[in-house]
Write a protein of this length. Structure first.
Length: 152
């Protein structure tokens, strides 16, 4: 009978695998992150208009829309995914669209790297997504939505 011998290299390899698995940004992690995590802006437009612009913005930012979920009567969640590239193992983004009033909508963007050790991943998609939402709203109705609030 052959005995398995644990070496220092085996333990290091096992430790790296555990860290990579625990550091992964899965869809479940994005769904379950606190709703107020991420960068936020308030747009001067209806939630229906902003939701449509946000979905388009996620795609324009180079992400695939994986799911769009209605969380309650005022809140939607969009989860996007950027696959593996030559520079990155990919990222996930969650965009929360929340109705404040008939003409004001809060958007919150949370970005996570798929692997916590991926140093070349995009750290924050929010500037690009916010900019695209604003442009999409302007084009959709020829209006000029103002960003009413921008987190710093």
């Amino acid at each position: 009978m052959r005995k398995f011998r644990v070496t220092g290299l085996s333990l290091v390899f096992f430790g790296v695998i555990v860290l990579l698995i625990n550091g992964c940004a899965s869809i479940g992690i994005m769904r379950n992150a606190p709703i107020d995590d991420g960068e936020d802006e308030i747009f001067n437009a209806s939630s229906a208009e902003v939701l449509k612009a946000a979905q388009k913005s996620v795609r324009q930012s180079g992400l695939a829309v994986e799911e769009v979920t209605r969380l309650d009567d005022r809140t939607w969640s969009i989860i996007g995914n950027k696959g593996v590239t030559g520079w990155s193992h990919g990222e996930r983004v969650r965009v929360i669209v929340q109705k404040i009033s008939e003409s004001e909508t809060l958007v919150r963007v949370l970005t996570k790297r798929k692997l916590s050790t991926n140093l070349t991943a995009t750290w924050d998609f929010s500037p690009q997504i916010f900019s695209n939402i604003e442009s999409n709203l302007q084009r959709s109705k020829g209006m000029e939505p103002r960003v009413l609030y921008r987190s710093e």
